[in-house]
Design a protein around this ligand. Structure first.
Ligand SMILES: *[C@@H]1O[C@H](CO)[C@@H](O)[C@H](O)[C@H]1NC(C)=O
Ligand SMILES: *[C@@H]1O[C@H](CO)[C@@H](O)[C@H](O)[C@H]1NC(C)=O
Ligand SMILES: *[C@@H]1O[C@H](CO)[C@@H](O)[C@H](O)[C@H]1NC(C)=O
Ligand SMILES: *[C@@H]1O[C@H](CO)[C@@H](O)[C@H](O)[C@H]1NC(C)=O
Ligand SMILES: *[C@@H]1O[C@H](CO)[C@@H](O)[C@H](O)[C@H]1NC(C)=O
Ligand SMILES: *[C@@H]1O[C@H](CO)[C@@H](O)[C@H](O)[C@H]1NC(C)=O
Ligand SMILES: *[C@@H]1O[C@H](CO)[C@@H](O)[C@H](O)[C@H]1NC(C)=O
Ligand SMILES: *[C@@H]1O[C@H](CO)[C@@H](O)[C@H](O)[C@H]1NC(C)=O
Length: 367
């Protein structure tokens, strides 16, 4: 107990006293047919991870939960989340480990947000597990929209992202329900129980109707601010959408709406594009390192000035993947965990692959 307390204390100074192994492209799941995407993982304790993903060939009403007990090197089927409503496919998942109790849920519980999609509607639903991800029950619906349809004028909701902050739970998502915006980014917050969501608040909503900001992810920075990354879908001269990655920074994770949006400008001239995911690592000095993945590059893009200035492209051993996830392992913050499935537009079978890379080494940081 004392030893583990000391190692976690030293861990704050970012010396990896118990470094975890690095590896590339471990298979989490291989479907028989169809593409899998939106791979999402979450650290529990003791090197235990959970993983889930979108699989359109999966049985209706369910989404799989896989588990690893060795920091992501090997995986097995563990739990399964089932919708209470017949005919809903559970896609675009996001997992959140509760490090403190919230409402009826004890510390150590796990939440899952999904888009529950049927022929008539899209629904941002939350499920909870009190046994580390094995059994799950429906908790609440955050938002409901029209049926899945990415054409402007249709009214679905998409792609939830959960975050606990200041003893509240915030659910961010993409929102086509406002007639003033082809799509915008919204969030709802609850401060007491998981079925008391407040009303939707704008995070990113541009005045040009055809703009479609999408796919929120958020990370906390060491100066107390928060970064929200998104794809800024805008029409080009020939009327096609492109998806450059932008970000906002705010003191308040519930108040991004009035903040300015910045494009990620990269030292190599590469333009990160589509389906971003942001995380923050404490390595590399007082500012730590912001890490962003996009959907179109093997590389990640990092910023060590709290979001100021030019970003740096850093190669990874992982492949491209649509909405590829980047996370910092809680038990070794010198590493980066990368999880991905199919590339954008890919329909043939694809695996869910997991990579642990040495971020400190890739950035030439010695601690
Ligand atoms: C972590 O591992 C230790 C040693 O194996 C065990 O005693 C403890 O119960 C585990 N904790 C959790 C939360 O699983
Ligand atoms: C799930 O439901 C959809 C639409 O109702 C249907 O097209 C699909 O075949 C079903 N998938 C499975 C695996 O049953
Ligand atoms: C839980 O995590 C949040 C965000 O990282 C942090 O602010 C909070 O202090 C943590 N709570 C506990 C009880 O460790
Ligand atoms: C998608 O939404 C657009 C705009 O409302 C509508 O014109 C179109 O018919 C919808 N497509 C389907 C397949 O429902
Ligand atoms: C909105 O965006 C489209 C596509 O980029 C552009 O053609 C149009 O001029 C913009 N409208 C306004 C009011 O900025
Ligand atoms: C517009 O976007 C499409 C699709 O990404 C691309 O093929 C085309 O070259 C772009 N056109 C211009 C003028 O940028
Ligand atoms: C930390 O970030 C600030 C900008 O927010 C920058 O001025 C400063 O140089 C950075 N410090 C280090 C050590 O990189
Ligand atoms: C991992 O897989 C990707 C393709 O998904 C490939 O481009 C990359 O080279 C692989 N990495 C290694 C280290 O084999």
């Amino acid at each position: 107990m004392l030893l583990s307390f000391l190692t976690s204390f030293i861990g704050l100074a970012v010396a990896a006293t118990n470094p975890i192994d690095t590896f590339a492209n471990v298979t989490v799941f291989q479907p028989d047919s169809g593409a899998v995407s939106y791979a999402r993982t979450e650290s529990l304790t003791n090197g235990t991870l959970l993983a889930t993903w979108s699989d359109f060939a999966a049985a209706n009403n369910t989404i799989p939960i896989y588990r690893s007990a060795d920091n992501g090197f090997s995986w097995y089927t563990f739990g399964s989340v089932t919708s209470d409503t017949e005919g809903r496919r559970l896609v675009q998942p996001h997992l959140l480990y509760l490090n403190e109790s919230f409402g009826d849920w004890d510390a150590g519980s796990v939440l899952l947000a999904v888009n529950a999609v049927d022929d008539k509607s899209t629904n941002i639903e939350v499920y909870g597990s009190a046994d580390s991800g094995e059994s799950w029950s429906f908790v609440s619906t955050v938002a409901t929209g029209g049926k899945a349809n990415t054409t402007n004028g249709a009214t679905p909701v998409w792609e939830p992202f959960l975050m606990m902050t200041n003893h509240k739970v915030v659910c961010y998502y993409s929102d086509q329900r406002d007639t003033q915006h082809g799509q915008k980014l919204s969030h709802q917050t609850t401060s007491e129980s998981l079925d008391a969501w407040g009303s939707a608040v704008d995070d990113v909503a541009f005045s040009n109707y055809s703009d479609r900001p999408g796919m929120t992810t958020v990370a906390k920075l060491p100066n107390g601010k928060y970064i929200l990354t998104f794809e800024y879908a805008m029409l080009n001269a020939t009327g096609k959408y492109r998806y450059p990655i932008y970000y906002k920074i705010s003191n308040d994770p519930e108040n991004f709406g009035t903040e300015k949006a910045y494009r990620i400008n990269v030292n190599t001239g590469v333009q990160p594009n589509g389906g971003p995911y942001v995380t923050w690592s404490p390595i590399g000095g007082v500012n730590g390192t912001i890490v962003v993945s996009d959907s179109d590059h093997n590389s990640i893009f990092v910023n060590r000035a709290l979001g100021d200035g030019i970003w740096t492209e850093v190669k990874t051993p992982a492949g491209r993947a649509y909405s590829r996830e980047v996370r910092i392992p809680t038990n070794d913050e010198t590493k980066l965990r990368i999880a991905g499935g199919a590339e954008y537009g890919q329909t043939d079978p694809s695996q869910v692959l997991l990579t642990i890379m040495d971020l400190a080494k890739a950035l030439n940081i010695t601690s």
